[in-house]
Design a protein around this ligand. Sequence first.
Ligand code: HEM
Length: 146
Amino acid sequence: VHLSADEKSAINAVWQKVDIEKDGHEALTRLLVVYPWTQRYFSSFGNLSNVTAISGNAKVHGHGKKVLSAVDEAIHHIDDIKHFLSALSKKHAQELHVDPENFKRLADVLAIVVAGKLGTAFTPQVQAAWEKFSAGLVAALSHGYF
Ligand code: HEM
Protein backbone atom coordinates (compact mmCIF):
# COMPACT_ATOMS: atom_id res chain seq x y z
CA VAL A 1 0.00 0.00 0.00
CA HIS A 2 1.47 3.34 -1.01
CA LEU A 3 0.58 6.25 1.24
CA SER A 4 1.02 9.87 0.18
CA ALA A 5 2.54 12.49 2.48
CA ASP A 6 -0.96 13.88 3.13
CA GLU A 7 -2.30 10.44 4.00
CA LYS A 8 0.59 9.83 6.39
CA SER A 9 -0.01 13.12 8.13
CA ALA A 10 -3.72 12.28 8.48
CA ILE A 11 -2.80 8.90 10.00
CA ASN A 12 -0.40 10.56 12.43
CA ALA A 13 -3.05 13.12 13.38
CA VAL A 14 -5.47 10.29 14.18
CA TRP A 15 -2.86 8.41 16.15
CA GLN A 16 -1.91 11.45 18.25
CA LYS A 17 -5.40 11.37 19.74
CA VAL A 18 -5.15 7.70 20.71
CA ASP A 19 -4.37 6.56 24.25
CA ILE A 20 -2.65 3.20 23.77
CA GLU A 21 -3.74 1.76 27.10
CA LYS A 22 -7.30 3.07 27.36
CA ASP A 23 -8.21 2.77 23.69
CA GLY A 24 -6.45 -0.59 23.38
CA HIS A 25 -8.62 -1.83 26.22
CA GLU A 26 -11.73 -0.49 24.52
CA ALA A 27 -10.84 -1.98 21.13
CA LEU A 28 -10.12 -5.45 22.50
CA THR A 29 -13.26 -5.34 24.67
CA ARG A 30 -15.33 -4.45 21.60
CA LEU A 31 -13.70 -7.24 19.57
CA LEU A 32 -14.62 -9.83 22.22
CA VAL A 33 -18.18 -8.51 22.69
CA VAL A 34 -19.13 -7.74 19.09
CA TYR A 35 -17.44 -10.82 17.55
CA PRO A 36 -17.81 -13.36 20.39
CA TRP A 37 -16.16 -16.21 18.44
CA THR A 38 -12.86 -14.35 18.99
CA GLN A 39 -13.11 -15.30 22.69
CA ARG A 40 -11.99 -18.83 21.87
CA TYR A 41 -8.42 -17.65 21.31
CA PHE A 42 -8.26 -16.13 24.78
CA SER A 43 -9.28 -19.09 26.93
CA SER A 44 -6.25 -18.45 29.16
CA PHE A 45 -7.68 -15.02 30.07
CA GLY A 46 -10.30 -16.44 32.45
CA ASN A 47 -13.83 -15.08 32.71
CA LEU A 48 -15.14 -13.55 29.45
CA SER A 49 -18.75 -14.60 30.00
CA ASN A 50 -20.41 -11.19 29.64
CA VAL A 51 -19.67 -7.53 28.86
CA THR A 52 -18.90 -6.65 32.49
CA ALA A 53 -16.55 -9.60 32.87
CA ILE A 54 -14.78 -8.78 29.60
CA SER A 55 -14.31 -5.07 30.24
CA GLY A 56 -13.24 -5.73 33.85
CA ASN A 57 -10.78 -8.49 32.94
CA ALA A 58 -7.21 -7.39 33.76
CA LYS A 59 -5.74 -9.61 31.04
CA VAL A 60 -7.99 -8.02 28.42
CA HIS A 61 -6.78 -4.65 29.64
CA GLY A 62 -3.11 -5.67 29.46
CA HIS A 63 -3.45 -7.34 26.11
CA GLY A 64 -5.31 -4.41 24.53
CA LYS A 65 -2.33 -2.24 25.39
CA LYS A 66 0.04 -4.79 23.80
CA VAL A 67 -1.98 -4.86 20.58
CA LEU A 68 -2.12 -1.06 20.23
CA SER A 69 1.59 -0.81 21.09
CA ALA A 70 2.23 -3.04 18.07
CA VAL A 71 -0.01 -0.77 15.95
CA ASP A 72 1.99 2.21 17.27
CA GLU A 73 5.24 0.59 16.16
CA ALA A 74 3.69 -0.27 12.80
CA ILE A 75 2.82 3.42 12.32
CA HIS A 76 6.45 4.25 13.05
CA HIS A 77 7.45 1.81 10.28
CA ILE A 78 4.68 2.84 7.93
CA ASP A 79 6.75 2.42 4.74
CA ASP A 80 7.80 -1.10 5.66
CA ILE A 81 4.87 -2.56 7.62
CA LYS A 82 4.95 -5.97 5.95
CA HIS A 83 8.55 -6.59 6.82
CA PHE A 84 8.23 -5.04 10.25
CA LEU A 85 5.26 -7.25 11.24
CA SER A 86 6.47 -10.48 9.66
CA ALA A 87 7.47 -12.19 12.92
CA LEU A 88 4.21 -11.15 14.61
CA SER A 89 2.25 -12.42 11.60
CA LYS A 90 4.05 -15.78 11.68
CA LYS A 91 3.33 -16.04 15.39
CA HIS A 92 -0.42 -15.49 14.84
CA ALA A 93 -0.40 -18.00 11.97
CA GLN A 94 1.80 -20.79 13.25
CA GLU A 95 1.61 -20.61 17.05
CA LEU A 96 -1.68 -18.92 17.84
CA HIS A 97 -3.63 -20.27 14.82
CA VAL A 98 -5.73 -17.12 14.60
CA ASP A 99 -8.03 -17.06 11.57
CA PRO A 100 -6.74 -14.01 9.66
CA GLU A 101 -10.34 -12.87 8.97
CA ASN A 102 -10.24 -11.70 12.58
CA PHE A 103 -7.59 -9.07 11.78
CA LYS A 104 -10.25 -7.30 9.72
CA ARG A 105 -12.63 -7.42 12.68
CA LEU A 106 -10.00 -5.84 14.92
CA ALA A 107 -9.38 -3.15 12.30
CA ASP A 108 -13.16 -2.51 12.26
CA VAL A 109 -13.44 -2.03 16.01
CA LEU A 110 -10.32 0.14 16.02
CA ALA A 111 -11.90 2.38 13.35
CA ILE A 112 -15.01 2.73 15.54
CA VAL A 113 -12.86 3.65 18.54
CA VAL A 114 -10.82 6.28 16.66
CA ALA A 115 -13.95 7.69 14.97
CA GLY A 116 -15.50 8.12 18.41
CA LYS A 117 -12.42 9.94 19.67
CA LEU A 118 -12.04 12.26 16.70
CA GLY A 119 -15.72 13.08 16.19
CA THR A 120 -16.12 15.61 13.36
CA ALA A 121 -12.31 15.61 12.81
CA PHE A 122 -12.72 12.09 11.40
CA THR A 123 -13.66 13.54 8.02
CA PRO A 124 -14.24 11.36 4.96
CA GLN A 125 -10.69 12.15 3.81
CA VAL A 126 -9.17 11.25 7.17
CA GLN A 127 -11.24 8.05 7.22
CA ALA A 128 -10.00 7.18 3.72
CA ALA A 129 -6.36 7.55 4.84
CA TRP A 130 -7.04 5.55 7.99
CA GLU A 131 -8.72 2.75 6.01
CA LYS A 132 -5.71 2.57 3.72
CA PHE A 133 -3.39 2.19 6.68
CA SER A 134 -5.72 -0.40 8.26
CA ALA A 135 -5.80 -2.42 5.06
CA GLY A 136 -2.00 -2.41 5.01
CA LEU A 137 -1.90 -3.51 8.63
CA VAL A 138 -4.34 -6.38 8.00
CA ALA A 139 -2.42 -7.45 4.88
CA ALA A 140 0.90 -7.37 6.75
CA LEU A 141 -0.49 -9.48 9.60
CA SER A 142 -2.00 -11.92 7.09
CA HIS A 143 1.23 -12.23 5.11
CA GLY A 144 2.78 -14.92 7.32
CA TYR A 145 -0.10 -17.30 6.48
CA PHE A 146 1.04 -17.81 2.91
C1 HEM B 1 -0.70 -12.01 20.93
C2 HEM B 1 -0.73 -7.97 18.22
C3 HEM B 1 -4.95 -9.32 16.29
C4 HEM B 1 -5.02 -13.22 19.16
C5 HEM B 1 -0.34 -10.78 20.35
C6 HEM B 1 0.83 -10.02 20.71
C7 HEM B 1 0.81 -8.88 19.96
C8 HEM B 1 -0.37 -8.93 19.14
C9 HEM B 1 1.84 -7.75 19.97
C10 HEM B 1 1.89 -10.43 21.71
C11 HEM B 1 2.89 -11.30 20.96
C12 HEM B 1 4.00 -11.83 21.85
O1 HEM B 1 3.82 -11.93 23.07
O2 HEM B 1 5.05 -12.18 21.28
C13 HEM B 1 -1.86 -8.02 17.43
C14 HEM B 1 -2.22 -7.00 16.46
C15 HEM B 1 -3.41 -7.38 15.92
C16 HEM B 1 -3.78 -8.62 16.55
C17 HEM B 1 -1.39 -5.76 16.15
C18 HEM B 1 -4.28 -6.70 14.89
C19 HEM B 1 -4.24 -5.41 14.58
C20 HEM B 1 -5.36 -10.45 16.93
C21 HEM B 1 -6.64 -11.09 16.75
C22 HEM B 1 -6.66 -12.19 17.56
C23 HEM B 1 -5.39 -12.25 18.25
C24 HEM B 1 -7.72 -10.55 15.82
C25 HEM B 1 -7.76 -13.20 17.78
C26 HEM B 1 -9.00 -13.03 17.46
C27 HEM B 1 -3.87 -13.20 19.90
C28 HEM B 1 -3.58 -14.17 20.95
C29 HEM B 1 -2.33 -13.80 21.47
C30 HEM B 1 -1.89 -12.64 20.72
C31 HEM B 1 -4.46 -15.32 21.39
C32 HEM B 1 -1.59 -14.48 22.64
C33 HEM B 1 -2.19 -13.88 23.90
C34 HEM B 1 -1.59 -14.41 25.18
O3 HEM B 1 -1.85 -15.56 25.52
O4 HEM B 1 -0.88 -13.63 25.84
N1 HEM B 1 -1.05 -10.12 19.41
N2 HEM B 1 -2.82 -8.99 17.45
N3 HEM B 1 -4.62 -11.19 17.83
N4 HEM B 1 -2.84 -12.31 19.79
FE1 HEM B 1 -2.78 -10.72 18.54
